[in-house]
Design a binder for this molecule. Structure first.
Ligand code: ZN
Length: 123
């Protein structure tokens, strides 16, 4: 069986792994595009929804706006810029999966060595 993944599969996996785990009424993506959810009962200011609806740089969603945090920057999960970045990140991880696995194995060895050197204090 091939371990090749489609771009959509890569985006879905990266989303699940890096999702901020919070939804909101409106959020601006790292690229500057705004996403909002006018169909749920959010606490909107007067005229806020109308302004967003008429903003050509804003996209209405039928569900809460979720984001992915990468390098401390928020990318809206539904934004095309995030999908392009997620595909690159996913492809890099897949192309380097043995090295990534070795990194975490080495991290575990380093942490275990630190614990062994830590004196045990018995009360
Ligand atoms: Zn974006």
């Amino acid at each position: 069986m091939s371990d090749a993944m489609t771009p959509a599969e890569l985006v879905a996996i990266i989303d699940r792994a890096f999702d901020s785990r919070s939804g909101s009424s409106v959020r601006q993506c790292e690229c500057g595009r705004t996403f909002f959810n006018p169909s749920m009962d959010w606490d909107w200011e007067d005229g806020e929804i109308e302004k967003l609806v008429n903003d050509p740089n804003a996209t209405a969603l039928t569900y809460a706006v979720t984001a992915v945090v990468l390098d401390g920057r928020y990318f809206v999960s539904d934004c095309r810029c995030w999908h392009e970045r997620a595909i690159k990140v996913g492809e890099w991880l897949c192309a380097n999966q043995d090295s990534v696995a070795e990194f975490f194995a080495e991290k575990r060895r380093v942490l275990a060595a630190k614990l062994i050197r830590t004196p045990e204090i018995i009360p």
